[in-house]
Structure formats: structure tokens, C-alpha cells
Design a protein around this ligand. Structure first.
Ligand SMILES: [Zn+2]
Ligand SMILES: [Zn+2]
Length: 228
């Protein structure tokens, strides 16, 4: 699958962590991400060519805004496909800078470093970078851990609870089981969905593979959850 291959290749790109919220090599990393997209997703070639000529200073300013969780102001005249690709490339360029901060950290270490008490209420956002979880896993010990979409830090979260809205009502939460230990958690209070995988040990988690399953599920009608 080409998205999975793209995500695997991006894992090997290295970039220095941000310094004081700035990204001195941000544009170079952005272009490396874009080059990988062009290799693995040739259908996006037209959109990718448009993004090639973006102003380097602007790209680095967008990375700073994305780090601060702010929305970016794309240049006028981009098509919806170009805007979506820009958001994807900025997300993955940001990841290349942030993963060195979070990679390989066990949840307890990450939580201690961020001085967040590892007790209820568990943080709904990443204790290292403030990002949202995009996937999760259930370990053999029966606990559920969230994985930061931006820096890969893992942290303990409620097994029955929605990290998007904080809902803990078991009658308004469920999951659909899938192959290879997949579980698609659904919150009927806010419509949030979160893909998780059951693994015996955390080292068995294959994040590029797991993340590549998310858009496949997005396309399925039966997993949509109307809020309310
Ligand atoms: Zn993070
Ligand atoms: Zn929710």
C-alpha cells in the first residue's frame, strides 16, 4: 500500500527538534516530505508541483503556527487538493522535528518529564507536545494508551473514555472489532473515532501500518457516528 510505504519512508527522515518554537531547517524538511509524497503518491503530482515553490520563510512560519496549534492561512488560489496536501506535508514536516522529543518514551517517562501526574484525570492531549492522539493501543496489561499524532509519545488513558470530548458514559461509547486486533472506538457524544490495536507488548506496535489503516476506515459508511 503506497500510503503505508510513504509513512515508513518518512520515519527515516531526520530533523532537529524545534528551538524556542522555531524551525531553522523547516523548509528543507518540508521539501524532503514533499519529495517522498511525489514518489509514493504519484496521483498528487500536480498538487505537489504547486507546493514546491512556496516561500521558505512562510513554510517555517506555518510550522511555528502548527506547533502552537494555530490554524494556518494558506496562500490564495490553492485548490482543495493542494490545501489538503499542504496540511499533510506540514503535519509530517512537524513530526520530523517533534518525534525526536517523544520517540521511544514509555508513557510513564513522558508523563514524568512533562510533570503531569500519571493519575486520573489522564491528559487528553500529549504531555510532551500538546498534540492530539491519532491512534491508540491496548497492551497485554489491559491498559489503553494513546499515541501522539505529532511526536509518537504514548500515554495512559481511560479504557472507556473519549479523548476528544472527555465522555466516559459506557452507553455512549462502543467499538467495532476488526482484523489483526484492530478496534475502532466510537464516541456517540461527539462523533469522534479512534483506531486502536491490541498488542501483547508495546514493541509489537507497527505505527506506519496502523496509521495507514485510518483512511481506509474513514471511507466506510458503517463507521460514521452522528453526534448527539
Ligand atoms: Zn506529542
Ligand atoms: Zn467524544
Amino acid at each position: 500500500m503506497s500510503l503505508e510505504n510513504l509513512l515508513r519512508e518518512l520515519e527515516s527522515l531526520e530533523a532537529p527538534p524545534p528551538q524556542k518554537g522555531r524551525f531553522p531547517k523547516g523548509h528543507r524538511v518540508f521539501l524532503e516530505v514533499l519529495a517522498a509524497v511525489r514518489r509514493h503518491l504519484p496521483a498528487l503530482e500536480g498538487a505537489a508541483r504547486r507546493l514546491q515553490g512556496l516561500d521558505p520563510a512562510r513554510v517555517e512560519a506555518w510550522l511555528e503556527e502548527a506547533l502552537a496549534q494555530g490554524g494556518i492561512e494558506p496562500p490564495p488560489g490553492l485548490s482543495p487538493e493542494e490545501e489538503a496536501l499542504l496540511a499533510l506535508c506540514l503535519h509530517h514536516a512537524l513530526r520530523r522535528h517533534l518525534v525526536p522529543l517523544g520517540k521511544g518514551r514509555l508513557p510513564r517517562e513522558a508523563v514524568e518529564e512533562a510533570r503531569v501526574p500519571p493519575t486520573y484525570p489522564y491528559p487528553r492531549r500529549c504531555p510532551i507536545c500538546g498534540g492530539e492522539a491519532d491512534v491508540a493501543y491496548l497492551e497485554g496489561d489491559g491498559h489503553r494508551y494513546l499515541v501522539c499524532s505529532r511526536c509518537d509519545t504514548r500515554w495512559l488513558y481511560l479504557r472507556v473514555g473519549c479523548p476528544a470530548c472527555g465522555n466516559t458514559d459506557p452507553y455512549r461509547l462502543d467499538y467495532l472489532p476488526g482484523e489483526r486486533g484492530l478496534r475502532l472506538y466510537r464516541c456517540h457524544a461527539c462523533g469522534h473515532r479512534l483506531l486502536a490495536q491490541q498488542v501483547a507488548i508495546a514493541e509489537g506496535l507497527d505505527l506506519p501500518w496502523l496509521r495507514a489503516q485510518v483512511p481506509l476506515l474513514e471511507a466506510r459508511e458503517d463507521v460514521r457516528v452522528p453526534p448527539g
